[in-house]
Design a protein around this ligand. Structure first.
Ligand SMILES: [Zn+2]
Length: 463
């Protein structure tokens, strides 16, 4: 049984989830989000004394001020039945793949509470494990402002080596303690700013998809929530790297809104469009090569600058003349499988991508008559307000001390890998983005990829 929502100490505060749910006219599965100084103290009131608890974490040492964070968490959990489940090796990199999920589920079986202590991938695993174990309550102690995926009911999991967003379960409680967050590496906290920049491209992708009959739903309320604090995030960015607790707490709050927007929308679309597919492909390719990739949010940030440059081009196309292509399934299946053949010669990855891409292609073909009569100026007018200023994005990344170019990522993907990820990003999943429209309009060939990278470079981003 879950405890009643926590009593908040005077230094931390809770998001008003009831108000948000009323505004969005949608239920929010989170019971409380506690933010700020001493937010961790609320853990004691949340988890009943004596409850059996698994603390799910990875091997990376985490601190709260001068102290060890895991010890601080365990100290606040009263009772002998607390076990710590450490995933991955001492290097800390954990992947949300099948083997890890099975291992984590087995080791958490039988407990009534899971307390996940970690950043994005750990939270994704915790949400997936709590879904598999019925009647378990879940608290996430967020250790960095790295991504927006703490406050929603979806997890990015690896299926046949392909990153897939999968419906899992809302955490019951999210704790974003300022002293924990400011102890995270600056580059990890700054990565969250990069992840948030997707608010300036992803909603336009979603609106486009819905207007073209390529998405089932669209929620203006969810998009507004995801974008609500955009200007504030851009102006706070420089203070995040300095470890300013107020700035870091604010970014945690905006990341939570972004997560909630995805949860209530039932899709990550309010905050994940083309820029995320590029980031996913870069990461998948580097992992296949046995290399670590840069932080998710850092990759999303640099990819957003390029997606924004492509949007500018496509908007010019929309107001000129759009000629659409409706390729056959055979042509596209070959193309999808070819795109992933080098990465995974077994063909499993190409097969997994085709499984979802084929749905998008069938829908595209089925909509042909409507698409050939589409009012492109109306589409342009709808998406324009959802796009950020092109110059602002790279500027914000630079001001935050975050990478703005792919070559500044740590580790950096090769230029050829970046070109491949851009050219192939529309082939990995069923969600329709600006890259799909560019492709079907004959404007996403190798030359186009290079010239969009060139435009992004003139804005301070690109290769
Ligand atoms: Zn993201």
């Amino acid at each position: 049984m879950a405890a009643s929502p926590p009593r908040t100490s005077h230094l931390s505060r809770q998001l008003d989830l009831a108000q948000l749910a009323a505004e969005l006219q949608a239920p929010i599965g989170l019971r409380a989000v506690v933010l700020g100084t001493d937010a961790l103290d609320d853990l004691t009131g949340l988890v009943p004394a004596g409850a059996s608890v698994a603390v799910l974490t990875d091997g990376v040492a985490k601190r709260r001020g001068e102290r060890d964070l895991l010890q601080e968490v365990e100290r606040r959990l009263r009772g002998p039945a607390v076990t710590t489940v450490v995933l991955g090796g001492p290097s800390g990199r954990v992947h949300a793949d099948k083997a890890t999920l099975t291992d984590a589920t087995q080791r958490c079986a039988g407990v009534s509470w899971i307390v996940t202590v970690g950043s994005g991938t750990l939270a994704d695993i915790g949400k997936a494990v709590s879904t598999r174990l019925d009647d378990v309550s879940h608290v996430v102690v967020q250790t960095a402002t790295s991504v927006n995926g703490f406050a929603d009911d979806q997890s990015v999991l690896l299926v046949d080596g392909v990153k897939r967003t999968t419906r899992t379960r809302w955490p019951d409680f999210l704790i974003a303690d300022a002293d924990v967050l400011t102890g995270a590496p600056a580059a990890l906290n700054v990565a969250g700013v990069g992840d948030l920049l997707a608010m300036f491209t992803a909603p336009a992708d979603w609106r486009l998809a819905h207007m073209l009959g390529m998405a089932d739903s669209y929620s203006a309320g969810a998009v507004a929530l995801a974008r609500r604090h955009g200007p504030e995030v851009l102006s706070l960015a420089p203070r995040v790297a300095q470890g300013d607790p107020v700035a870091v707490t604010k970014v945690a709050e905006v990341l939570a809104y972004s997560g909630i927007s995805m949860g209530v929308a039932g899709t990550t679309a309010p905050a994940s469009g083309m820029e995320h597919t590029v980031s996913h492909l870069v990461e998948m390719a580097m992992n296949r090569q046995g290399r670590d990739s840069a932080f998710h949010g850092a990759q999303v940030g640099v990819s957003t600058v390029v997606a924004s440059a492509l949007w500018s081009r496509v908007r010019k196309l929309l107001t000129a003349k759009v000629r659409l292509d409706f390729p056959s399934e055979g042509t596209m299946e070959e193309r999808v499988r070819d795109a992933f053949a080098d990465l995974d010669p077994s063909g499993a990855m190409g097969g997994e991508c085709w499984r979802l891409y084929s749905r998008k292609l069938r829908r595209w073909s089925a909509n042909r008559r409507a698409l050939e009569k589409a009012d492109w100026r109306a589409v342009d007018q709808e998406v324009a307000p959802l796009l950020g200023g092109r110059e602002e994005l790279a500027e914000a990344l630079v001001a935050a001390g975050a990478p703005a170019r792919f070559s500044e990522l740590d580790p950096a993907p090769s230029p050829d890998l970046v070109r491949w990820a851009l050219a192939s990003c529309h082939l990995m999943r069923d969600r329709f983005t600006v890259a799909d429209l560019a492709f079907f309009a004959g404007a996403w060939g190798p030359g186009d990829v290079d010239s969009v990278l060139g435009e992004a470079a003139s804005l301070g981003g690109g290769l």
